[in-house]
Design a protein around this ligand. Structure first.
Ligand SMILES: *Cc1c(COP(=O)(O)O)cnc(C)c1O
Length: 395
């Protein structure tokens, strides 16, 4: 099929829930992708913070090839070595004692909500069914996760959603104090909000949140689906404030581009779940977990994390130096940076394609940079030069 045929067939055969640009990506190499006409794009989106190791990484390819000749699937009715090894690696490099695997971010958010309720049921505290989430949050699109996602556009047509979720203001402890009570099962927060506009929670706020949850008997869930696994320059976003959650959701980059979700929990939470109380057919399958182990071992290497930190700082500096009246704020952590504009980010995104840049946005006016974590300073220079030009052009 030629590109136009692919685009036409997409319109004919797929549910039109996505607005895609008018070219077809056919391959990728490092931090670049190429379209069907051979045009090269510097990828600042990484499949929405997924492709941590970029494209066509030889070691990742090898890991997938090895995994493909091994067991693909057994279901969770049986033991497999790679599932156990990945869980061990995640536990040894995090606050967690145990792991539950799913297939996507949303799925492990649902799991976290169920585990939170079960934790309190197990303690005879039958009234703790509710959740406190935050303004600007994104936790997914299923009925529970969506209920905790602060977006009228996403929620509106699909009500009734799971009841019992209230929203507090991000970085505003008083509003959390007013929301958390004896019916709260858990507070759920992204240490750095992604979809909502790239807003880092302050270290102080996360520390106070931990204290408040302990004081009031609610669990604390960190959604690190976007900010976890090296994205912020530390392995986990919670390492910046030095605050440990009771549960943490992980997904996007964990298998380097293949689908996986992981719910990391303390023993206190894990011991609330018994045989048959939660499950999945595919989650944590042998093929995907062996690939994820290879990705995780590389990304969690201190040298790799130091690279993310350094490149992230450089990107932040260089973006902050751009002299444009349209830039209102540059914020973020590591290689998760948002540039808030006074103009529509969609226009910048569209202009980016013409300049050979893949950009994504977060809400209407924020351009979100979540590139492959292997990005180099020379790529940052290229990006900043083009981004500056685009701002002049579009403005
Ligand atoms: C992407 C995302 C999700 C949903 O993950 P899916 O894999 O798309 O189901 C949930 N929370 C955050 C913070 C995300 O960025």
């Amino acid at each position: 099929m030629n590109p136009q045929q692919i685009i036409d067939a997409e319109k004919k055969y797929l549910v039109q829930t996505y607005a895609r640009p008018p070219f077809v990506i056919t391959r990728g190499e490092g931090v670049h992708v190429y379209d069907a006409d051979g045009k090269k794009y510097l990828d600042m989106a990484a499949g929405i913070a997924v492709n941590a190791l970029g494209y066509n990484d030889p070691e990742l390819t090898k890991a997938i090839q090895n995994a493909a000749t091994g067991l693909l699937h057994t279901s969770n009715l049986f033991y497999t070595e790679s599932q156990v090894k990945l869980a061990q690696a995640l536990v040894e490099k995090s606050f967690a004692d145990k792991v539950f695997f799913g297939n996507t971010g949303t799925e492990v958010i649902e799991g976290a909500m169920k585990f939170a309720r079960k934790y309190h049921v197990e303690r005879g505290d039958m009234q703790r069914k509710n959740f406190v989430a935050f303004r600007g949050s994104f936790h997914g699109r299923t009925m529970g996760a969506l209920a905790a996602t602060d977006s009228e556009k996403y929620q509106g047509p699909f009500r009734p959603l799971m009841p019992g979720v209230s929203f507090a203001n991000f970085n505003d402890l008083d509003s959390v104090r007013a929301a958390v009570n004896a019916e709260t099962a858990a507070v759920i927060i992204e240490p750095v909000q992604g979809e909502g506009g790239v807003y880092p929670a302050s270290d102080e706020f996360l520390r106070s949140l931990r204290y408040l949850c302990d004081e009031r008997g609610a669990l604390l869930i960190f959604d690190e689906i976007q900010c976890g696994v090296g994205r912020t320059g530390k392995l986990w976003g919670y390492e910046w404030p030095g605050v440990k959650p009771d549960m943490m959701t992980v997904a996007k980059p964990l298998a380097g581009g293949l689908p996986i979700g992981a719910l990391l929990v303390t023993d206190a939470v894990a011991s609330s779940l018994h045989v048959g109380e939660h499950g999945t057919t595919f989650g944590g399958g042998p093929m995907i977990t062996s690939v994820a182990l290879s990705v995780f071992n590389r990304v969690s290497n201190p040298n790799f994390l130091a690279h993310v930190n350094e490149t992230g700082q450089y990107l932040m500096e260089r973006l902050s130096e751009i002299n444009s009246p349209h830039i209102k704020q540059v914020r973020g952590r590591g290689l998760m940076i948002g540039v808030e504009l006074d103009i529509e980010a969609a226009k910048i995104r569209a202009a980016g394609y013409a300049h050979g840049l893949l950009l994504i946005q977060a809400r209407e006016k924020v351009v979100r940079f979540v590139p492959p974590l292997i990005l180099q300073k020379t790529h940052v220079d290229e990006l900043v030069e083009k981004f500056g030009k685009i701002l002049t052009e579009v403005g």
